[in-house]
Design a protein around this ligand. Structure first.
Ligand code: NAD
Length: 308
């Protein structure tokens, strides 16, 4: 499997690193517009290969898409990240232009590629790629829910004082501070609902902490996070590479699922060799349905800022 990562910044480099360490891809090409930057990141990562025990070949290129030819999966991380106090939506002006050009360049050299969109505002960027590339919907996947769910599990484990491996939970909806819908009613510890262990107030706090998970880190770091985003992307690419049919909440183009149309937003999907193999429909409680509807309205508001 050949994977391209566009953007050799914090998130792009983390994606390349985790993909290599998991050792399922033969080749990772990292591309950046900044002269020599991707080459430097790739060389540094390759010098960890003998230490970390991977055989994946990582190469870096400066804006040369011919080197990405024949990619099976490409990850779009190019664009600006938010600074403390910014919302993801504020990034749309610059990132929309970048994401549109990058996806078109990728497809020119890899017509069969599966695209994973990371750049923010991610649901709107995923929708932009859907509208401008004409690719089948199974080959355009937005990464947000996999990360938000990992943050949810972290907060649940903290509240439960349990190991994270005991905890399961999922976040659907838009990838924004107000749009995320942590499914607290479905979350479990060793298959027992977490509501058996946590009060309604504590669960509400877990939800709130999850929703501002990105903003909390941006405030601490001065820029947005990269380890967990890179790990989330690498798990999704692994599911595609190994045809795992593994379930992740991802931003997918909806045609009636969850009562929504003509929108990309986080819903549970199965990832396998064809990208999105299936959108999984689950029964939501009335309150969750209402939150999902509100979340979709927020995503549509950001989509309306796009010039398609
Ligand atoms: N979806 C998510 O869950 C999630 C999580 C974290 C970050 N993000 C988003 O990912 C994006 C990247 O974040 P980061 O922290 O890596 O930023 P960063 O600034 O560290 O890296 C971005 C890189 O993109 C490159 N770039 C810009 N324009 C380009 C172009 N046209 N072609 C190729 N490369 C180009 C830059 O040179 C830079 O190296 C941001 O938009 C951020 O908001 C999304």
């Amino acid at each position: 499997m050949k994977v391209t990562v566009v953007g050799a910044g914090a998130v792009g480099a983390s994606c390349a690193e985790y993909i290599a360490i998991k050792n399922f891809a033969s080749e990772v090409v990292v591309l950046d517009i900044k002269e020599g930057f991707a080459e430097g990141k790739a060389m540094d990562l390759m010098q960890t290969a003998s230490l970390n025990g991977f055989d994946t070949k990582i190469t870096g290129v400066t804006n040369d898409y011919s080197k990405t030819a024949g990619s099976d999966v490409a990850i779009i991380t190019s664009g600006i990240p938010r600074k403390p106090g910014m919302t993801r939506e504020e990034l749309i002006g610059i990132n929309a232009g970048i994401v549109k050009t990058v996806s078109s360049n990728l497809l020119e050299h890899s017509p069969n590629v599966i695209l994973i969109v990371v750049s923010n505002p991610m649901d709107t960027m995923t929708y932009l790629v859907h509208k401008t590339t004409g690719l089948p919907k199974n080959r355009i996947i937005g990464m947000g829910g996999a990360l938000d769910s990992a943050r949810f599990k972290y907060r649940l484990a903290e509240a439960l004082e349990a190991p994270i491996s005991d905890v399961d939970g999922m976040v659907i909806g838009g990838h924004s501070d107000t749009g995320m819908v942590p499914l607290t009613a479905h979350a479990t510890r060793n298959s027992i609902k977490v509501s058996e262990f946590l009060s309604e107030e504590r669960l509400a706090q877990v939800s709130e902490d999850t929703k501002v998970g990105g903003a909390t880190l941006t405030k601490l770091l001065g820029t947005s996070a990269w380890y967990a985003p890179g790990a989330a992307v690498s798990s999704m690419v692994q599911a595609i590479a190994c045809d795992q049919k593994k379930m992740f909440p991802c931003s997918a183009f909806l045609e009636g699922e969850y009562g929504l149309n003509d929108i990309c937003i986080g819903v549970p999907v199965l990832l396998g060799k064809n990208g999105i193999e299936k959108i999984v429909k689950i029964d939501l409680a009335e309150a969750e349905k209402a939150k999902m509807k509100e979340s979709a309205e927020g995503v549509r508001k950001t989509n309306s800022l796009l010039t398609l």
